[in-house]
Design a protein around this ligand. Structure first.
Ligand SMILES: Nc1ncnc2c1ncn2[C@@H]1O[C@H](COP(=O)(O)OP(=O)(O)OP(=O)(O)O)[C@@H](O)[C@H]1O
Ligand SMILES: [Mg+2]
Length: 367
């Protein structure tokens, strides 16, 4: 097994990507490694396995929820339109942009990370000062940025959390996006770089952070916006929790992926996120972000605790503690809302034989 903590998508799914490329008869946009149909199959999975090198390769579903959204993203990119993925934290915006770039360019690492400290040379290019002083502004002294690499290699540049970057830095993208040229005035013989076919940008922005509202209209107009929403189907959310936890806990027993516990967790998160339970009852929802990513984290912690402290026996008490830690981040009052929700839920479950829910409610009451 690889020693790398988080392999990039093109490495993790190398076999799937190779099988898709070998069986791909569709038309590929310029410099794409796969056709749009094969990119879709890579992200949403295929019913039938593919034969490759004498092996049968299953193309697994990786993104769950809105298939039409994935198709719209691929179409935008195939028409050379930059893509902006916005949404609540933990809705898989970065994950989807990694999957798209892995499938399209076999490179999901060409990334700029937006932050308040981002400068224009981090976006465009900077210099190796030792070479610059010794030999002057020659191409060899230029240190390319991910945007520069995207332009020259004709691949996608990912721009993570773009709205966290200062507005004037965000706006320095406008000329590159409209003219597809990056000027490098210091290089006298070659003062500009023309974008190669295949170059594009996928940006992500979190709607809870510094908003997209502040972004300039000029920059907004140059992106196709797509909103990634939380998964609203319990079975899909359970599938993501299971899949991600089995990746994270590959060397622990599979029995730790317990359906009833995962169902309880996914239902609690879904209800608290929407402020409505499955029988239609409404309640005040906590302000904390309760995304699928947080649910994965809560379950992962519960599994690790069971493995190292409880001889691989899952503990409901640990699950409850981990859920309340995820809920109480900024506001202590969110815990009260969680308790009220569980109390009401336990009442509706009283007539059923579901002791798991009753035990859960008793433990939450003691939090
Ligand atoms: N719809 C989904 N399909 C598959 N996995 C999902 C989905 N939603 C969330 N996840 C899981 O959540 C993880 C976190 O997603 P990611 O970091 O991409 O979120 P994000 O939207 O970029 O969050 P942030 O705004 O905080 O950066 C993913 O790696 C994946 O395991
Ligand atoms: Mg992200």
């Amino acid at each position: 097994m690889s020693e790398v903590l988080k392999p990039c998508m093109e490495v993790l799914y190398q076999e799937e990507l190779e099988a898709l490329a070998a069986n791909d008869k569709g038309e590929r946009p310029a410099n794409w490694q796969l056709s749009p149909k094969a990119v879709r199959d890579f992200i949403l999975g295929r019913d039938k396995p593919l034969e490759h090198n004498g092996k049968s390769i299953t193309i697994s579903q990786k993104f769950y929820g809105d298939n039409a959204l994935v198709e719209r993203c691929i179409v935008a990119l195939a028409s050379s339109r930059p893509l902006m993925l916005i949404g609540e934290p933990g809705t898989a915006k970065s994950y989807l942009s990694e999957l798209l770039t892995a499938a399209i360019c076999n490179n999901s690492r060409n990334t700029i990370q937006g932050s308040i400290g981002l400068t224009e040379d981090m976006i465009k290019y900077s210099w190796n000062y030792a070479l610059l002083i010794a030999k002057g502004p020659i191409p060899e002294a230029l240190v390319p940025s991910p945007l520069y690499i995207g332009l020259t290699q004709g691949i996608i540049t990912r721009f993570e959390e773009i709205t966290r970057a200062p507005l004037e830095i965000q706006d320095s993208l406008i000329s590159v996006m409209s003219d597809k040229i990056l000027s490098v005035p210091e290089l006298k013989d070659q003062p500009y770089i023309m974008a190669q076919r295949g170059f594009n940008i996928i940006a992500t922005a979190n709607t809870r952070d510094k908003g997209v509202n502040e972004m300039s209209a000029a920059l907004k107009r140059r992106f196709n916006f797509e909103t990634v929403r939380p998964i609203n189907n319990i079975n899909m959310e359970m599938a993501v929790i299971k899949k991600e936890c089995s990746k994270l806990c590959a060397d622990m027993p599979e029995t730790l992926l317990d359906d009833s516990m995962i169902d309880l967790l996914a239902t609690t998160f879904r209800d608290l996120r929407t402020g409505q339970n499955s029988s239609g009852g409404k309640f005040d929802k906590p302000e904390a972000v309760l995304s699928t990513a947080e649910a994965v984290q809560v379950y992962h912690q519960t599994v690790v605790d069971a493995h190292f402290y409880h001889d691989d026996q899952l503990s409901l008490k640990t699950l409850v503690n981990n859920i309340s830690s995820a809920i109480v981040k900024d506001k202590e009052s969110d815990l009260k809302l969680f308790k009220n929700y569980v109390k009401a839920m336990a009442k509706t479950q009283e007539k059923t034989d579901d002791t798991l829910y009753q035990d859960f409610a008793n433990l939450v009451a003691k939090c």
